[in-house]
Design a protein around this ligand. Structure first.
Ligand code: SF4
Ligand code: SF4
Length: 177
């Protein structure tokens, strides 16, 4: 099996998405709110995956686009072929983490993802203080937005004790490899 064949098959096996169904109409990029901040708009990511070259695949894994994608689902709603780009972006993020090719400008986004998921893993839901502490510890942005903390505390938006939901064990299972 050629390298070309392997890449598309691998993507399809992992995500259920056949990238070759994309016919480059551009509707996904036109509707994507993050398009202008991305290094490669979603339709270009699709094209890069379609080319099947290891080099293009590697470029997508090093892109900022995969981390800026907010999984808003606008692209799939607009796509005439109903191609699940958010699912693909998820897959590409996981591969970038695995291969240690995370875009250097996206490290804070990754830190946020990790802090958010840690909070869900241990409490079964988002624990805001845990998220903030986890994010700040990872990015060393200790003073950022510190001035809003007292107001948020007073309004009960930052509960000091985490709420623990029922079924935490089940939630933890989602995180098992
Ligand atoms: S909208 Fe769908 S078919 Fe059109 S470029 Fe985007 S992914 Fe491809
Ligand atoms: S899911 Fe991602 S790629 Fe698709 S429109 Fe939203 S931000 Fe853009």
């Amino acid at each position: 099996m050629s390298e070309k064949k392997e890449l598309t098959s691998e993507i399809r096996a992992a995500t259920g998405v056949n990238v070759n169904r994309c016919y480059q109409c551009g509707k996904c990029s036109a509707g994507c709110a993050l398009n202008e901040s991305m290094d490669y708009p979603p339709s270009v990511v699709m094209r890069m995956l379609q080319t099947n070259s290891a080099e293009s695949f590697d470029k997508t894994l090093r892109s900022q686009s995969i981390w800026l994608c907010a999984s808003c689902q606008c692209c799939i709603a607009r796509c005439p072929m109903q191609i699940d780009i958010p699912r693909l972006m998820d897959y590409l993020r996981a591969r970038a983490l695995e291969k240690k090719t995370v875009n250097r400008n996206s490290k804070k986004i990754v830190a946020f993802h990790r802090a958010f998921l840690d909070s869900v893993k241990y409490t079964g839901r988002l624990y805001e203080v845990g998220l903030v502490v986890g994010y700040k510890a990872r990015t060393l942005s200790l003073l950022q937005d510190l001035s809003v903390a007292p107001r948020m505390l007073m309004k009960g938006k930052l509960p000091l004790i985490p709420e623990r939901v029922k079924g935490r064990k089940l939630v933890k299972k989602f995180f098992q490899p």
